[in-house]
Write a protein that binds this ligand. Structure first.
Ligand code: 13P
Length: 249
């Protein structure tokens, strides 16, 4: 199975609409003719700007969060239907920053995945251990639980549309990248858990990304790993040239 490499930027809470439009203008020109898939996951307020700017370019647009209910009294939240209407292609679910600061749990991750998978938007599901969990030797137990609880009840037909991003918390925004071997070891483990849950054929199709201090200087060695099909890029996705250098790994 040849999986198409997929590099997604996660802007987090950066860039106004005007800044997003300027980024898109520059990035569109750089991306032309590339066969690696690319997407930008942006703040809600930038999504319509990016969908318009990237129309016809093959560059995808993603949200960074969604609520699992279709509508209701949930102040500050945005529904799957609202994202579908704007025309976004992807939505990050369960990012460690949302787990840490906004009470995201494996249970809400599961509800969000199911809500997204009922429609066309592809989820990017984040998993990953903290430094304490790694040092205590719990890293595989933690990621196995995030996968089994997060994916509970999601059928084989849908798992192929879920992108899974392994983001060790200790490597996010710290400049401390996991070694390619550490990233590969966990991605191989994730693939193994997917085989147990869904069988070889379906597991083989799932795109696995690594995230955590990915930059132009380390993209090649990370992307050359067998089980790593892509990257979820934070800081380095804010500059068109840096993101493009990663895509050109
Ligand atoms: P950095 O690339 O800034 O470490 O962020 C990684 C991340 O959290 C992407 O979702």
């Amino acid at each position: 199975m040849i999986r198409t490499p997929f590099i997604a930027g996660n802007w987090k809470m950066f860039k106004t609409k005007a800044e997003a439009a300027a980024f898109a203008e520059e990035f569109k020109g750089l991306y032309q003719g590339t066969d690696v898939k690319a997407a930008i996951c942006a703040p809600f307020t930038d999504l319509d700007t990016l969908v318009e700017a990237f129309r016809g370019t093959g560059i995808g647009v993603g949200a960074q969060n969604v609520h699992f209910e279709p509508s209701g009294a949930y102040t500050g939240e945005v529904s799957v239907g609202m994202l579908e209407e704007i025309g976004v292609d992807y939505c990050i679910v369960g990012h460690s920053e949302r787990r840490q600061y906004f009470a995201e749990t494996d249970e809400t991750v599961n509800l969000k995945l199911k809500a997204l998978l009922a429609g066309p938007i592809q989820p990017i599901m984040c998993v990953g251990e903290s430094l304490e969990q790694r040092d205590a030797g719990e890293l595989f137990d933690v990621v196995r639980r995030q996968l089994t609880d997060g994916l509970a009840g999601i059928p084989e037909a849908d798992i192929r549309r879920v992108v899974i991003a392994y983001e060790p918390i200790w490597a996010i925004g710290t400049g401390r990248t996991a070694t390619p071997e550490q990233a590969e070891e966990m991605c191989a483990f994730i693939r193994q858990v997917l085989i147990e849950l869904y069988g070889e054929d379906a597991a083989d199709e799932v795109i696995l990304q690594y995230g955590g201090s990915v930059k132009p200087a380390n993209a090649t060695e990370i992307m050359n790993m067998d089980e790593i099909d892509g990257a979820l890029v934070g800081g380095a996705s804010l500059k068109p040239a840096d993101l493009m250098a990663i895509i050109d790994f």
